[in-house]
Design a protein around this ligand. Structure first.
Ligand SMILES: [Zn+2]
Length: 213
């Protein structure tokens, strides 16, 4: 079983940010300058523009490929996946900025969840979306509310003494709510970082292991 909050699952895996655009930044900048230097509407301008568009498309493909492989990895490994319902989350946190809700599925995290839900559905994996209320504030060990703003990365409970990465604590709460379980003392495991290369090296179309969970 698994769940995730932001970048982290309770399996303790932290996924490296691939930063594909940053990797192509120098090349794209050069191509942009190429377009700017040509006479607008000329044959060379058209050619330079096509090159630039292809470079952008390449980055988009890399990002989508990464997200597909990542979601595949989780769907293949777990029988149930619990996530925060992004629509509720953004509705509550950003009801002032109207454009934001529409862009949820354009943002990488939103797109990842979209892929994840599609893959989960076609593979028969349980995909549970929960109300994100208090997932970061609740102590996953004792259930006390520990208010903290975004800058506080470590959850330190003054009531029971439980200390964990902020996202790990949230992931535990998402897992508990998603599976409708009561509070139980949390067993901490060291975080395991997954590199971009590890995600990309997944073999496409690999058969699903039976009885995963
Ligand atoms: Zn506590």
């Amino acid at each position: 079983m698994w769940n995730l909050s932001g970048r982290l699952g309770i399996d303790g895996r932290v996924i490296e940010n691939p930063r594909f655009f940053e990797r192509s930044r120098a090349r794209i900048k050069k191509l942009q300058q190429g377009v700017a230097r040509k006479c607008r509407g000329s044959k060379n301008w058209e050619k330079a523009k096509k090159k630039l568009e292809r470079a952008y498309a390449h980055v988009t493909n890399q990002k989508n490929d990464f997200l597909h492989k990542l979601s595949r990895r989780y769907v293949d490994s777990y029988a149930t996946i619990c996530v925060e319902d992004l629509n509720i989350k953004y509705l509550k946190e950003n009801d002032k900025s109207r454009g934001l809700r529409r862009s949820i599925h354009d943002a990488p995290w939103g797109r990842f969840l979209l892929y994840l839900s599609c893959e989960a559905e076609s593979a028969g994996t349980n995909f549970v979306q929960i109300d994100p209320r208090d997932t970061t504030q609740l102590c996953s060990n004792c259930g006390s509310i520990m208010k903290k703003d975004l800058s506080v990365r470590i959850h330190e409970c003054p009531y029971c003494g439980f200390v964990a990465d902020r996202d790990y604590n949230a992931a535990e709460n998402i897992h508990r709510v998603g599976l409708e379980q009561p509070f139980e003392p949390v067993e901490m495991r060291p975080l395991h970082h997954i590199s971009v290369t590890q995600v990309l090296s997944m073999i496409a179309g690999k058969p699903r292991p039976t009885g995963a969970g």
